[in-house]
Design a protein around this ligand. Structure first.
Ligand SMILES: NC(=O)C1=CN([C@@H]2O[C@H](COP(=O)(O)OP(=O)(O)OC[C@H]3O[C@@H](n4cnc5c(N)ncnc54)[C@H](O)[C@@H]3O)[C@@H](O)[C@H]2O)[C@@H](O)CC1
Ligand SMILES: [K+]
Length: 516
């Protein structure tokens, strides 16, 4: 599948409602499929189950749990079902399934008091598997009642857990975990992945994620406007530009990278090398003149251009005209890595953002010195901003924490408001477009959490924009390959030892993996 849509809890609810009310597929039928699919995944994963504990909540997630209890019993497995709540509080489809279970004489034990909770640990410990069907997409606010205690117990025992739809305690819309959530080894989710399964901190609790079809028709999904997509390998493959044998360097873009300053030439080198390795035609690095000789020795294929500088070795306003001139024969500008924020850098960056008529990628110090966001709205060519949460926090004048718990919404609102492509970095990088489309990246690991990896990403994005890719497509491929190179590289070098220049060395393997 090339595009995988990601849904919020509310969107999934709408899809369910449409399926039931407009299409007339009974909710009990959907629930039966849901329970059956989870049971199949459990049986496929665990071949020798003897004892299973199903923990059910009072909503439809619990209803799925009752079905799983019934189906596992039918397989000859000893199942104990606990309902966190009173039986007489159960309604609708969940009630139908609770009744069936009771008619089959499969006991459902109510857990309603602290004393009941104290009795749970021995059963949890003795089980081969716990099925978490307590809370699904219907969770609201802080965990109430006995849930915090029960979730603690589940996480303390050594028994493996399969979560139904979403680990209890994780919010489907955001991945927010208010105080705790069930730590699952496997999560079987219905129809479409929920955002909260991919976004941190929720993602940590999911274990292996399986998305199963429960018979919701495509039409019900199409009827929802879903603007959040998962970046898949297939999507990266589809977008990767082909290279024609009958081509020359002019076909692959002329890049100008304005980067580096005294003490930070490495940033310029990483950006330039990454852009070349991604296939750029011609790369020029504009750098404060006194450090130009360093770049000349560190870079072989790229050209360098000494720019006017102040006494401290950072850009001087004289660089504005120089860059404008250079850009008259270049296709794309990247500005920011290693520039520093001192002296006249602010004026240089802000002026260039208003003057340059080609696409611009702004990163690092380039982002830190934007003093008026309104100038972004006035640009006609594409602008790609690649902040990490700290830079985003400065741009928006909002605490990092608020950005971290709201990555998708923050990125989307900013991209729409200012008409830019926003690449909000972090585990699960979020790319948002001026029309409000969002792409979430799944590749990558903690090896990327080190100074310099952002410079590599900037090089990749700029390179692909230079190769005439739409800015959003360039960002999608770059972010995906960047993460994939980290995954491949850290297999050999470990997540500790992989450094950004290694990322560039592993880029060819990442490209090979997605090349058709
Ligand atoms: N709607 C449908 O047609 C289908 C829904 N399915 C299941 O239904 C689930 C959603 O069901 P519901 O909307 O009933 O919601 P849930 O079952 O996820 O949760 C609702 C229950 O949790 C309680 N609750 C909510 N927040 C709480 C908190 N913070 N602390 C303590 N208790 C809290 C509510 O009082 C209510 O009893 C999905 O996750 C999925 O598992 C599946 O059966 C497939 C079909
Ligand atoms: K659950």
């Amino acid at each position: 599948m090339i595009i995988i849509k990601l849904v919020s809890g509310a969107q999934m609810g709408q899809i369910d409602r449409y399926t039931i009310e407009e299409l007339g597929i009974d909710g009990v039928v959907l629930m039966e499929q849901a329970g059956r699919r989870v049971t199949e995944e459990i049986l496929a994963e665990y071949s020798a189950l003897e004892k299973v504990v199903v923990l059910a909540g009072k909503g439809n997630n619990g209803g799925d749990g009752f079905i799983i209890s019934r189906l596992l019993e039918q397989e000859g497995i000893a199942v104990q079902t606990f309902l966190v709540g009173n039986k007489d509080e159960i309604t609708g489809d969940a009630w139908v399934n609770l009744e069936i279970l009771e008619r089959l004489d499969d006991q459902v034990t109510e857990v309603t008091t602290a004393a009941d909770v104290e009795n749970l640990p021995s059963d949890l410990k003795q089980a081969d598997l716990i099925v978490d069907a307590m809370l699904g997409t219907g969770i609201k606010g802080k965990l109430r009642g006995l849930f915090p205690n029960i979730i603690d117990l589940v996480n303390e025992v050594n028994t493996e857990v399969t979560a139904v739809d979403i680990p209890s305690g994780v919010e489907a819309d955001s991945g927010i975990v208010r105080e705790m959530a069930v730590q699952a080894q496997q999560t079987v989710t219905f129809a479409l992945p929920k955002l909260g399964l991919l976004l941190y901190p929720g993602a940590k609790f999911v274990g292996q994620l399986k998305v199963v079809d429960i018979g919701i028709p495509k039409q019900a999904i199409a009827q929802q406007e879903i603007e959040t997509n998962l970046i898949t390998a297939d999507l990266a493959t589809k977008l990767l530009p082909l290279r024609d044998d009958d081509s020359h360097k002019g076909n692959y873009g002329k890049l100008l990278l304005v980067a580096g300053s005294t003490g930070m030439t490495g940033a310029a080198v990483l950006t330039a090398r990454a852009s070349l390795k991604m296939g750029a035609g011609l790369v020029t690095v504009g750098i404060p003149s006194s450090v130009n000789p360093i770049l000349e020795t560190k870079l072989t294929e790229a050209m360098t251009y000494p720019l006017a500088e102040t006494r401290d070795g950072s850009l001087d306003v004289g660089a504005i005209e120089q860059v404008e001139k250079l850009m008259s024969s270049r296709d794309v500008l990247a500005i920011g890595p290693g520039l520093t924020t001192t002296g006249e850098v602010t004026t240089v960056v802000n002026k260039l953002l208003t003057k340059i008529e080609e696409p611009v990628v702004v990163d690092a110090d380039g982002l830190n010195v934007i003093d008026d966001l309104e100038i972004l709205k006035e640009r006609e060519a594409a602008t790609i901003l690649t902040p990490h949460p700290g830079e985003m926090s400065r741009l928006l004048e909002q605490p990092i924490k608020e950005i971290e718990v709201n990555r998708v919404a923050v990125a989307r609102e900013f991209a729409v408001e200012y008409g830019v492509i926003l690449v909000l970095k972090g585990s699960r990088t979020v790319i948002a477009t001026p029309t409000g489309e969002v792409y979430i990246n799944y590749s990558g690991n903690s090896a990327l959490a080190t100074g310099g990896s952002g410079d590599v990403l900037t090089g990749l994005i700029t390179s692909l924009v230079g190769q005439d890719l739409a800015p959003v497509d360039a960002s999608i491929i770059a972010v995906y390959l960047h993460g994939l190179a980290a995954e491949i590289g850290s297999e050999e070098l470990t997540k500790y030892s992989l450094v950004p220049s290694d990322l560039i060395d592993y880029l060819p393997q990442a490209i090979k993996a997605i090349e058709n």
